[in-house]
Design a protein. Structure first.
Lengths: 231, 252
C-alpha cells in the first residue's frame, strides 16, 4: 500500500474520531450546565443525586462506561439495542457500525457533560458575591443578573480548563475501538493485522497532533477575545 | 413628611445580635452619616435598607408608605423585593463594577434592562451623570483600566442612574488610598442638594463633620448618639462616643 493509500484509509477512521469529538461537544457542553445547576441546588436531594452521578461518571474509566452502555441493554433486558441498530442500518442502508457509534456517543456525552459541569460549577462559584449584590441593588432580576453580568465572567474563567478537556477529548476518541468502532487507531490496527504494516499505527499520531494544533490556535483566539476585561 | 423612617430594626446572624433595635428618620435632601467602630452593625443596617439582608423585626417607611415590615420577611416575593429595592441605591466599599462593561455601559445597563426610557434618553442621562463624577474622558474604558477612585466614581454614577429616593454609601473610600479618597469624597459632597437624600457609612471623620446634616454613632448594634455634627462631635453625651473620638483622633 502506498503512503497516500494508507493516509486515505486512516483518514476514513479519523472522520469517525472527529464525529465523536464534535457530537460529544455539541451535546456535552450544554448538558453540563443543568448538571452544574443541580450540583449547586438548594434542594439537598437534587444536589446529592447530581453529585453522586458526577462521582460515578468521573470515577469509572470511560472505556468501562462504553462497555456498560453498549452491553447492558442486552445483558439486563435481553434486548441488544445497539447491535440491533447496527444490523438494521447495515441491512437497510448499508451503513456499518452505526449502533456502536451511538453507544460511544452516549457514553462520551454523559462522561464529558459531567466533567464540564464541574468546570462550570467552579467558574460560577468563583464569581464574587459582590457582582450579584450589585445587580440586586440595581433592581435586576436573578435571570438578568446571570445572563447579563455573571455569564460572560464565567465564560472567561472556564475557557482555559475547558480547552484542556476539549484537547483531551480528541485523544479519548481512540477508546471507541474497544467496541470495534472504526476510528483511526482501529483502522491502523486493521492494517497491521491484514497487511502486516506497523508504521501506520505510529503515523496516526500525526493526525492527532495536527488537529490539536488547530484546536490550540482556535481556543487561544477565543481566550484572547475575552482578554479585554479582567475579573 | 420624612423621606425615610426606620423603626426598631432588629437583625441577628444565628445567635449574634447585630442590630438591636435601630430607629431614625431622614428628611428629603438630608445627608446622614453613620460612624462607629467595625462590627457595630453599620454595614448590616445599610444592607437591611437595600434588602440584601432582611431584618427580623421593625419597619421601613419611604415617603410615608411602609415598604417593609419584619413580619413579611417570609412572604415577600422576589418581584416585590426587586421593586422595593429601587427606592434605595447602594455604593459598595469594593465598587463591584461589572468588569466586562465599559464605563458608559456600566451606567446604562440597569436602566436599559429596567426599560427606563429609550436608548437615547438613557444614554443622555448616563452621559450627564458621568460628567458629574468627572469621567467623561473615560467613557470607553473598562474598570480594569481605571484607578480605584475612578471606579468608585463610576459606581456612584451607576447608582444615580436609577434615581433612587435614598442613596447609600457603604464605606465608599475604605478600599482607597488617601490620595484617591479625596476625589471620591469631593464627588459625594458635590451630590449634596435639596433633593438628594444620602446615608453614608464612613470612617472619614472630617468628611462626616463637613458634609452631614445628621450623624449617628453606632456601637454594639444600637444608636449610641444621634444629632447634628456639632452636637455629636463637640458635645458627645455618651462615654462610648467620647472614647471612640479620642481613639480616632489619637496621634500615633
Amino acid at each position: 500500500m502506498s503512503f497516500s493509500e494508507v493516509t486515505l484509509f486512516l483518514l476514513d477512521g479519523f472522520k469517525i474520531s472527529l464525529i465523536i469529538f464534535a457530537v460529544t461537544l455539541i451535546f456535552g457542553i450544554p448538558l453540563g450546565l443543568p448538571i452544574a445547576f443541580c450540583s449547586m441546588s438548594r434542594f439537598k436531594l437534587v444536589k446529592n443525586v447530581s453529585k453522586v452521578i458526577v462521582w460515578i461518571v468521573r470515577g469509572i474509566p470511560l472505556m468501562l462506561q462504553i462497555f456498560i452502555i453498549y452491553y447492558v441493554p442486552g445483558l439486563l433486558f435481553e434486548f441488544p439495542l445497539f447491535s440491533n441498530i447496527d444490523k438494521y442500518m447495515y441491512i437497510n442502508y448499508g451503513i456499518a457500525d452505526s449502533g456502536r457509534i451511538i453507544a460511544v456517543l452516549i457514553a462520551f456525552t454523559i462522561n464529558y457533560a459531567c466533567y464540564f459541569s464541574e468546570i462550570y460549577r467552579g467558574g460560577i462559584e468563583s464569581i464574587p458575591k459582590g457582582q450579584y449584590e450589585a445587580g440586586y441593588v440595581l433592581g435586576l432580576t436573578k435571570s438578568q443578573i446571570f445572563k447579563k453580568i455573571i455569564l460572560k465572567q464565567v465564560i472567561k474563567r472556564i475557557v482555559p480548563p475547558l480547552s484542556n478537556e476539549i484537547i483531551t477529548l480528541i485523544k479519548d476518541t481512540a477508546l471507541a475501538n474497544c467496541i470495534m468502532v472504526c476510528e483511526i487507531i482501529k483502522q491502523a490496527k486493521e492494517l497491521a493485522a491484514t497487511k502486516a504494516l506497523v508504521w501506520p499505527l505510529f503515523y496516526t499520531g500525526v493526525f492527532y497532533l495536527l488537529f490539536v494544533g488547530l484546536l490550540t490556535i482556535i481556543l487561544g483566539k477565543l481566550e484572547r477575545k475575552l482578554d479585554y476585561f479582567r475579573s | 413628611m420624612s423621606v425615610l423612617e426606620v423603626k426598631n430594626i432588629k437583625k441577628s446572624f444565628g445567635k449574634l445580635e447585630v442590630l438591636k433595635g435601630i430607629s431614625f428618620s431622614l428628611e428629603k435632601g438630608e445627608v446622614l452619616t453613620i460612624i462607629g467602630s467595625s462590627g457595630s452593625g453599620k454595614t448590616t443596617l445599610l444592607r437591611c435598607l437595600n434588602f440584601l439582608e432582611f431584618a427580623e423585626e421593625g419597619t421601613i417607611m419611604v415617603n410615608g408608605t411602609e415598604i417593609y415590615n419584619g413580619e413579611d420577611k417570609k412572604t415577600l416575593k422576589d418581584e416585590e423585593i426587586r421593586q422595593k429595592r429601587l427606592h434605595f441605591g447602594l455604593v459598595f466599599q469594593s465598587f463591584n463594577l461589572f468588569p466586562q462593561y465599559n464605563v458608559l455601559e456600566n451606567v446604562t445597563l440597569a436602566p436599559t434592562l429596567l426599560k427606563m426610557g429609550t436608548t437615547e434618553e438613557i444614554t443622555q442621562r448616563a452621559l450627564k451623570l458621568i460628567e458629574r463624577v468627572g469621567l467623561t474622558e473615560k467613557l470607553n474604558s473598562y474598570p480594569c483600566e481605571l484607578s480605584g477612585g475612578q471606579q468608585q466614581r463610576v459606581a456612584i454614577a451607576r447608582a444615580l442612574a436609577l434615581e433612587p429616593d435614598i442613596l447609600c454609601f457603604d464605606e465608599p473610600t475604605s478600599a482607597l488610598d488617601p490620595e484617591l479618597t479625596g476625589e471620591v469624597l469631593k464627588v459625594i459632597k458635590g451630590l449634596k442638594s435639596k433633593d438628594s437624600t444620602m446615608i453614608i457609612v464612613t470612617h472619614e471623620m472630617e468628611f462626616a463633620k463637613n458634609v452631614s446634616d445628621k450623624i449617628i454613632f453606632m456601637a454594639d448594634g444600637v444608636i449610641e448618639e444621634m444629632g447634628t455634627p456639632k452636637e455629636v462631635f463637640e458635645n458627645p453625651k455618651s462615654t462610648k462616643t467620647r472614647n471612640f473620638f479620642s481613639k480616632s483622633m489619637e496621634e500615633i
